[in-house]
Design a protein around this ligand. Structure first.
Ligand SMILES: NC(=O)c1ccc[n+]([C@@H]2O[C@H](COP(=O)([O-])OP(=O)(O)OC[C@H]3O[C@@H](n4cnc5c(N)ncnc54)[C@H](OP(=O)(O)O)[C@@H]3O)[C@@H](O)[C@H]2O)c1
Length: 276
């Protein structure tokens, strides 16, 4: 399953997250092994951030993608308190060093902050000119935040908005997701299995049994159901990577979707965008 970005670049709909990787030396080999296994099976979009383990996640990703760089669609993020013109340029340089690469495929502003977005965008444009990033986007932007950068969305320069979305966090369906679809802005869903918290839900488990699948697979298949959202589950174990891959083969019927709507109702009023 593939998603086309506004500039025509095609990326896999199922990628790999890396939050909490790089926190401990003892787990490093396992994390690298999980990421490499995912890459082998086509999970070549990898999401990281300067914030994760204070650069430790980027270091692990750098080791996992060594020798494979041209296969990877590498995403990292700048924290908003670094996101002025010079701060963004410097943060990007540090990310590139930790990732042992000379370019990012996509650079995101991690969440809206107090520095004017125009300064961040100017830095993104300079980084593109310098070849240090291929393209840029945002994360945790609600409709009003996107409206402030609407011209970049219309010009197909802003590639994605990465936001919290899973069965138990459906707030974006009320307005952000329809707005993004209308403006042809792809959504990248983070925490697509709610960091594991939804996996014990009895109804999700019932449906999983009917599909001879795991709850994680159903939760991922649900995020991917319309073939227009990218999901980036984090799996630090090879077993979880293999489990998640099978989500790509699960087709949820209309009855399944109605069952999940009943178990995890969609919102019918505007809620502020939730963040983790
Ligand atoms: N932009 C933002 O503000 C933002 C915020 C949050 C997350 N993110 C990105 O999105 C990625 C994913 O979100 P997340 O890490 O918060 O949560 P998640 O992907 O929903 O869940 C990760 C947790 O689920 C477990 N898991 C993975 N596959 C599983 C399976 N098949 N069965 C059972 N458990 C499974 C993982 O365990 P193991 O690791 O032990 O395998 C880990 O504990 C992050 O890693 C990060 O890259 C971005």
């Amino acid at each position: 399953m593939k998603i086309t970005l506004p500039d025509g670049t095609i990326v896999p709909a199922l990628g790999q997250g890396t939050w909490f990787m790089g926190e401990s030396k003892a787990a490093e080999q396992q994390e690298i092994g999980a990421l490499k296994l995912g890459i082998e099976h086509g999970l070549t979009l990898i999401d990281t951030a300067e914030m994760y383990a204070e650069g430790g996640s980027e270091r692990v990703v750098g080791k996992a993608i060594k020798g494979l760089r041209d296969k990877i669609f590498l995403v990292s993020k700048v924290v908003p308190y670094h996101a002025d013109l010079q701060g963004t340029m410097t943060a990007c340089e540090h990310s590139l060093q930790r990732l042992q690469t000379d370019y990012l495929d996509l650079y995101l502003l991690h969440w809206p902050g107090s520095i004017p977005i125009a300064n961040t965008i100017e830095a993104m444009e300079r980084l593109i000119k310098q070849g240090k990033i291929k393209r840029w986007g945002v994360s945790n932007f609600d409709v009003a935040d996107l409206q402030a950068v609407d011209s970049y969305i219309q010009n197909r320069e802003l590639m994605t908005n990465q936001v919290l979305y899973n069965l138990s966090r459906r707030g974006i369906e009320f307005d952000l997701l329809p707005w993004s679809r209308q403006h042809k802005l792809p959504t990248m869903a983070y925490s697509p299995i709610e960091q594991g918290r939804i996996l014990s839900n009895p109804k999700l488990n019932d449906l999983a049994k009917q599909h001879n699948a795991t709850p994680a697979q159903i939760a991922l298949a649900w995020v991917l159901r319309n073939h227009d959202i990218i999901a980036i589950p984090k799996a630090a174990t090879q077993a979880h990577v293999l489990d998640n891959l099978k989500a790509l083969n699960i087709k949820l019927s209309n009855d399944d979707l109605a069952f999940l709507d009943n178990a995890f109702p969609a919102p019918n009023w505007k809620r502020p965008l939730e963040m983790l």
